[in-house]
Design a protein around this ligand. Structure first.
Ligand code: ADP
Length: 650
């Protein structure tokens, strides 16, 4: 056990009885030595030279007898205590350690302390000690350890992947966590097992045409030369994963050919940049290839910033600068647009585009080539930069469309007038025919009365005149009646109901036959539906008019035969009424449906030219169509459709 009594009565330093010259040399050597030299008996200082006393800041006389342990900083005391105990117990002959000495108020001072057993006696070990200031070295060591741990922390925790790669051996030496994460490995062993050739794809679209195995082979050379460098790269991760990286290669200098390969994952950045570039390209393509003239201009100055080729063409200029130099008076044709000067008109429209987001413009413009065109445009406001708001104009030359529109408007006006006058005509036809009926009836009955009264007293010529008056009056009556029926078709509402068509046709045919008792005629019908939905009176009129015509316009000496047929689909019924009569030449076929259009005189075939016009009108009211197939001398086949009620409701 070491003595714990501090600074007890000092043991006597061996007395210098003989002062030999050799002794003097030793004394000088010890006393004047720059290193601290001391002598211990167990832990007690028996002698301290000037250098050691100086370092401890105490005269040798005070030091002598004190425990060396008391001179050591608390933190290091145990180290020395254990060392000394080992020596005293005879387990060690030497002790050597860097220790911090106690030094009040001053910065820590480290000494490298060496103890060596000089002699051992009963219960007493005499030890020679030497100390040398080791502060600088120890501090350096501490600093180094601190720096090392800082770098370790950085290496472990940095978000960049780091692998230490040996280019000489072509193998991984180490890697950090981030390297595993970025490359998608779970297991360190998997990453450690790959080399440069597996890490880097030999060819890739990222470096078109480059053999990256060859390129990176020179990296090893550069590392061996102690060069640090940067390069973009593409790494294979686990499986199909590929990572776009920015790489810094820095030699470790610990071993030739060994380097830190520090890589930063820029995949998402590059991909989003690519996507951005692609979408910008798309917008540019749209901009360049649009049919519109597109101009992006500042609202404050009205000055165009960018425009496409169509914009230059529409203004008839060659460059953006020429376009920018144009003033309102150079291209606006009208002095006033919507009650304002063109300049004010356009400025107001731009403001409107900014406030509402969108507005339209329309004006006449003079191109710089001299041509005058009508322009229609959409202005879109871009207020993103409040100080510098901008407007995008999409302009289009609509001269041709404008012309068509103009023509259309004129035609529309004409049509309106025509419809108005036609309505008036139809009204007139109705009232005229209606009002004409009474006087006409009186005229006919009085002429017939007169004829009867004058019977036998008229000359042959007078008799002929009388007959002429009567037949003309009858013609006129027929005309007035037909005209009235036609007008009624127009004025009366269509009243669609389910009607028993087969029954209706059977009765109609019987009536037609009985009203022509002297004529031989045939009417057949096939596939006629029992029921259809239609306006009964009107559809009866249709069949009556067409069948009557078929019987009327028959060939001389040929028995008229009329065949009625029907085909049905989901949407409608299609009726055909075919005769074996005189037929109609193709060039007249479109005319026969017009009012009063007749292809024959009254002497040949009686009629008023109203029947088919009426038929057409009724079919149109049933949302159907009508037409005919015929040729002169070859009979006629009139067809028409009636829309089914369900189809009408769709
Ligand atoms: P209308 O029979 O009173 O003369 P329509 O309007 O019924 O008047 O017919 C117009 C014209 O179409 C007829 O005058 C006739 O020239 C021609 N037409 C109509 N139906 C036939 C037919 N089935 N065969 C030949 N010509 C016909």
């Amino acid at each position: 056990m070491l003595s714990k009594e501090p600074n007890k009565a000092p043991n006597q330093f061996p007395e210098k009885t003989l002062v030999e010259p050799q002794q003097i040399r030793y004394d000088i050597l010890v006393e004047e030595n720059v290193a601290g030299i001391f002598y211990l008996k167990n832990d007690r200082i028996a002698y301290a030279n000037a250098a050691f006393s100086k370092v401890l800041g105490m005269p040798s006389s005070v030091l002598t007898g004190s425990s060396i342990l008391d001179q050591i900083e608390e933190a290091d005391r145990q180290v020395l205590e254990e060392g000394l105990e080992k020596i005293i117990r005879g387990e060690a002959e030497l002790f050597s350690e860097d220790l911090q000495l106690k030094q009040e108020g001053e910065e820590a001072t480290f000494f490298s302390l060496h103890l060596k057993v000089h002699s051992r006696q009963e219960g007493m070990v005499e030890i020679i000690g030497a100390s040398r200031n080791a502060t600088a070295r120890v501090k350096k060591n501490i600093e180094f350890r601190k720096t090392k741990s800082k770098f370790e922390a950085l290496y472990r925790n940095i978000i960049d992947g780091i692998v230490i790669y040996d280019y000489n051996q072509e193998k991984m030496v180490d890697h950090n966590e981030a390297a595993l994460r970025i490359l998608g490995y779970d297991d360190s062993a998997e990453l450690m097992a790959i080399n440069r050739l597996q890490l880097i794809p030999k060819y890739s679209s990222y470096f078109p045409g480059a053999d990256m195995h060859q390129v990176t082979q020179y990296h090893g050379e550069r590392v061996r030369n102690g060069e640090a460098f940067h390069s973009p790269g593409l790494f294979n991760g686990k499986g199909d994963k590929q990572v776009i990286v920015n790489v810094n290669v820095v030699p470790t200098f610990a071993k030739p050919g060994e380097a830190f390969v520090i890589f930063h994952d820029i995949t998402s950045k590059v991909l989003s940049q690519q996507a951005e570039q692609e979408s910008e390209k798309k917008y540019r393509d749209i901009f360049e290839n649009s049919h519109e003239a597109i101009i992006y201009r500042k609202v404050s100055s009205g000055c165009p910033i960018i425009c496409n080729q169509n914009a230059l063409d529409i203004f008839g200029v060659a460059t953006l600068e020429e376009l920018a130099a144009l003033q309102a008076k150079d291209f606006f044709v009208d002095n006033v647009i919507e009650g304002k000067s063109p300049q004010v008109y356009y400025e107001q429209k731009m403001q409107e585009a900014l406030e509402k987001g969108r507005t339209e413009v329309s004006f006449w413009m003079k191109k710089q080539t001299g041509a005058i065109i009508r322009v229609f445009g959409i202005l879109i406001g871009d207020p993103s930069d409040a100080e510098n708001s901008k407007v995008i104009s999409f302009l289009r030359d609509v001269t041709h469309l404008h012309q068509i529109q103009q023509n259309l408007n004129e035609k529309n006006d004409e049509l309106k007038k025509y419809i108005d006058s036609n309505l008036q005509l139809e009204n007139f036809a109705y009232f005229a025919s209606h009002d004409l009926q009474t006087p006409l009836r009186s005229m006919i009955s009085f002429t017939q009365l007169l004829k009867r009264k004058l019977q036998g007293r008229l000359s042959e010529e007078e008799q002929e005149y009388m007959n002429f008056i009567i037949s003309s009056s009858n013609n006129m009556r027929n005309l007035v009646n037909d005209l009235l029926s036609y007008s009624r078709v127009n004025t009366s509402e269509i009243n669609i109901k389910t009607i028993a068509l087969k029954h209706l046709l059977t009765r109609l045919c019987a009536e037609l036959k009985s009203s022509n008792p002297d004529r031989e005629l045939q009417i057949h019908f096939n596939n006629i539906p029992e029921y259809i939905q239609a306006d009964k009176t009107k559809i009866r009129q249709v069949f009556q008019n067409i069948i009557s015509n078929g019987l009327k316009f028959s060939k001389k000496g040929v028995t008229p035969i009329v065949e009625i047929n029907c085909r049905e689909d989901q949407q409608s019924w299609m009726f055909s009424i075919k005769d074996n009569g005189i037929g109609i030449a193709p060039e007249f076929q479109h005319k026969i449906f017009l009012l009063f259009k007749r292809l024959h005189g009254n002497t040949e075939y009686e009629g008023t030219g109203i029947g088919l016009a009426m038929v057409k009108k009724i079919i149109e009211q049933h949302k159907g169509e009508i037409g005919l197939d015929s040729e002169l001398g070859g009979g006629s086949n009139f067809w028409f459709t009636i829309k089914k009620q369900e189809a009408l409701e769709e």
